[in-house]
Design a protein around this ligand. Structure first.
Ligand SMILES: [Zn+2]
Length: 378
């Protein structure tokens, strides 16, 4: 699939940056000044250059209070300890408990969980001596990753897994003209490798396509539903739209469906009317985030490639899924060096092993949660 390369300069601009007129006071001995604008992190980090001057700071404060939660209070309730760091331009918050370290930076839309880059649906804001995360991100992203025992919806089963090999038939997906390879061929091969590995672990596995044929995007989740799949994993290989960057961009991305009332990452700054409509994927957003996090982690640790992040988008194959669903992009076919690796059966086997390990980690977490639930009922 295509990946947008434009920096999301506009993401954090809008009502959120009205906050720049309401600087927080000291946070646990640290005295953050204006939450800010430019940052010293990587080039792909959303970094609004200047906050528009606002005539309505009170509106922004009200917006934050009603739509966000204070990360420190959230974290204390879940057993985390908080540490603050101040840089000239940002306020940083680290939350720790055994097995989980979360790093947040004011006015950034991304944060880090055990070093993994995670993209939220709205930026984290500095306000009233703390950092605030949107309620939607807390419920649909942070809790599943950092405290899955606090997920309120019923714990899903995991016996049947649907694997979706991206593209097929006339739809070749991304092609690398120099290597003369197609995405559709590698997605099907990787899907078959993953199927074998998961069957060895005892799962029932179905594929949304068995051959080189075209399957409509909307039909793919329908096939998964027909076979009563408990998880849908769509496999793609990535492409960069701006070809001048093709030889520098490599690495892993995992994508979940953008929750209701949030805009898709990098497309729009604020939710539009279409974002307010309900979608089948909404029902399993939290479990999809947990599955995406585990598969993202396994891909990074097994393949030792760069981390392009756990992202979100309103993709049709995810939108219509009635079970937890994720889309994996294990590497870039537009990058010649990475495409050469992907073109080898040995590397595709490593990718399949990593995805299988991530699915197993998701299964293990579900089993642990089921055990805790039974224990608490006794
Ligand atoms: Zn694709």
């Amino acid at each position: 699939m295509k990946t947008a390369t434009l920096l999301p300069q506009t993401l954090a601009i809008g009502i959120f940056l009205l906050l720049a007129d309401a600087p927080p006071a000291s946070a646990q001995g640290v005295a953050p000044t204006r939450p800010a604008a430019a940052t010293n992190t990587t080039a792909t980090t959303p970094a609004p250059a200047t906050a528009p001057k606002s005539s309505k700071p009170a509106t922004a404060a009200k917006f934050i209070k009603s739509n966000s939660i204070d990360l420190v209070t959230y974290a204390k309730n879940l057993g985390f300890t908080a540490t603050w760091t101040k840089t000239p331009d940002t306020t940083q918050l680290t939350l720790k408990k055994p097995g989980m370290k979360l790093d947040f930076t004011s006015e950034h839309i991304d944060f880090y969980a055990n070093g993994q880059r995670i993209f939220a649906g709205a930026p984290i804001h500095a306000y009233q001596n703390s950092l605030w995360i949107s309620r939607i991100d807390a419920d649909n992203l942070l809790t599943p990753i950092a405290a899955p025992a606090a997920i309120k919806s019923p714990i899903p089963a995991l016996r049947v897994i649907a694997i979706d090999a991206g593209h097929g038939g006339k739809d070749k997906g991304t092609t690398n003209p120099r290597l003369k390879v197609d995405e559709k061929t590698f997605t099907l091969d990787t899907a078959n490798r993953l199927k074998t590995l998961l069957e060895q672990k005892g799962y029932k596995v179905i594929l949304t396509r068995l051959q080189d044929k075209q399957v409509d995007l909307g039909d793919r989740p329908d096939i998964a539903a027909k076979f009563k799949a408990d998880l849908l994993v769509s496999i793609h290989y990535n492409a960069i739209e701006n070809y001048s960057e093709a030889q520098t961009v490599t690495g892993v991305e995992v994508i979940r469906f953008t929750p209701r009332n949030q805009p898709p990452l990098f497309k729009r700054a604020n939710p539009g009317n279409e974002d307010r409509l309900p979608n089948p994927a909404d029902a399993n957003g939290n479990w999809s985030a947990l599955a995406a996090f585990q598969v993202h982690r396994a891909l990074l640790s097994n393949l030792k490639v760069s981390d392009r992040g756990l992202k979100h988008d309103k993709l049709a194959v995810l939108r219509l899924a009635t079970m937890p669903a994720i889309l994996v992009e294990p590497g870039f076919l537009t990058n010649d060096a990475e495409a050469k690796k992907i073109a080898t059966a040995a590397y595709r086997q490593e990718i399949a092993k990593a995805i299988a390990a991530g699915i197993q980690a998701y299964a293990d977490t579900l089993a642990l949660l089921r055990g805790q639930q039974q224990h608490s009922r006794q």
